[in-house]
Write a protein that binds this ligand. Sequence first.
Ligand SMILES: [Zn+2]
Length: 246
Amino acid sequence: MKEVNVEIDDDRDKVPVWLAGCIHFGGQTHNSRLLDKWLDYDARDKPYIVLMGDMIESALPGHHFSEGVWLQTQNPDEQIETCIDTFKDSDVVAVLRGNHERRIYNISSIDPAKLIAHGLGAAYLGFGGKINFNFKNGLTYSFAVFHGGSSTTNPKSLLDRAHKIYRGFDVLAVAHVHKLYSDVVQELRPDGIHKTYRVCCGSFLGYEQYARERFYEPGIIGNPLIYLYKDKKIISVNTSGFPSEF
Ligand SMILES: [Zn+2]
């Protein structure tokens, strides 16, 4: 499992982590107005950011052909550039590859998510990995982060599948299904109760045509924010998509 350590050099009582999933730059229903509000929040409150995959829409002709090829507002090369431009002054600590970046990787071996990670000077975790957020006082929060892939549209079943394999993390996060969701699972272990906060990212897409045609529920737009407390291991998860701090 790929692993990255983030040393938190910060005097705040709690630090925010923005799990930035499924932004889909260039997508037909990409909601840049809401993303701009998140970016205002980013400029002000400086969250640590994990790009959770599907940063770009990447609608292609050929095997993955969809009407998105005609409807996307930028071509994939421009989408990569927009993503790097948007986050170049942010604190992006890691980048994952989603199924939309994989479309380009599959047919060309060129991985747009890796290009984005390199462009931002961030760690590249591929389909997923482990991130340790380490406070100076020795407190560590362990995250397992994955884009996730499956035909399910249910965030809980995607998390249940991931959780069968990846256990013992403080936070287990997936994206892919465009649903904002969180729950907490407690396990009794020899050394006491362990809590895992399980989170599914939303997206910055509106109600896409394919989702309407397949009777998918419209999801809340936006992403989760996770607050990590400095003095004691406390995790607070906000899945409103539009946190009150804004
Ligand atoms: Zn997506």
